[in-house]
Design a protein around this ligand. Sequence first.
Ligand code: ATP
Length: 216
Amino acid sequence: MSASPAASAPRRVGFFGGTFNPIHYAHLRIAEEVGDIAGLDEIMFVPSGTPPHRDKPQVSAQQRLEMVRLAIADNPRFTLSSIEVDDREHQCNYTFDTLSALKQRHPEVQFSLICGSDVQSQKWYRFDAILEMLEALYVVYRPGDDAEGMAAAVRRHAGGDERLFAKYHWVQTEGLTVSSTLIRSLVRERRSLRYLLPDAVAEYIHKHSLYGELRS
Ligand code: ATP
């Protein structure tokens, strides 16, 4: 992350966490659209090291990181953070810990969080404290999502604090239905990945024989 110029407005960064197993065009499109809508200076992709609520991905964290690096290489507003992948301190990565560490490292930055329907999960650790740290929360609509349920979930996370709830922004992007699950199953079925993710990522998957052995 580049330093913000002295005496200027704070640098506004969108934190976009995910497993990115693998990264695909919906991730990139979401980042681009939220970046535009929110006028963010930077969108920081943060691949999880050990996600708390999922089985351990069968592709290494370094490989997921590398695929994100390839996917965002041509977009100067997109950056990659290995903070979670490099973390040896925690057994699994909670967004609360990651954001706290980032805010400590970059006190001059205003962070927003970008996420999809995951926001409905009950399992977020200290989501109210996460909201407290954020400038804004951008929740992206995903085909099939329950819009009212997502708003209710954020209200619940905010614990009735209207000031925290006001940070919530609902974003309807040009919906892409692609998911990492779809990509993995296409690889297993030896079908084409073209137009679902950047060619460089597809080439990496094939070169390293990723996902082929996975069972669903
Ligand atoms: P999987 O299929 O393995 O569950 P995924 O495609 O959902 O993976 P993640 O890495 O889990 O990918 O997603 C990172 C973030 O992007 C999450 O907040 C997720 O909700 C969001 N996201 C992923 N795909 C879409 C999509 N098609 N539309 C909107 N949000 C999405």
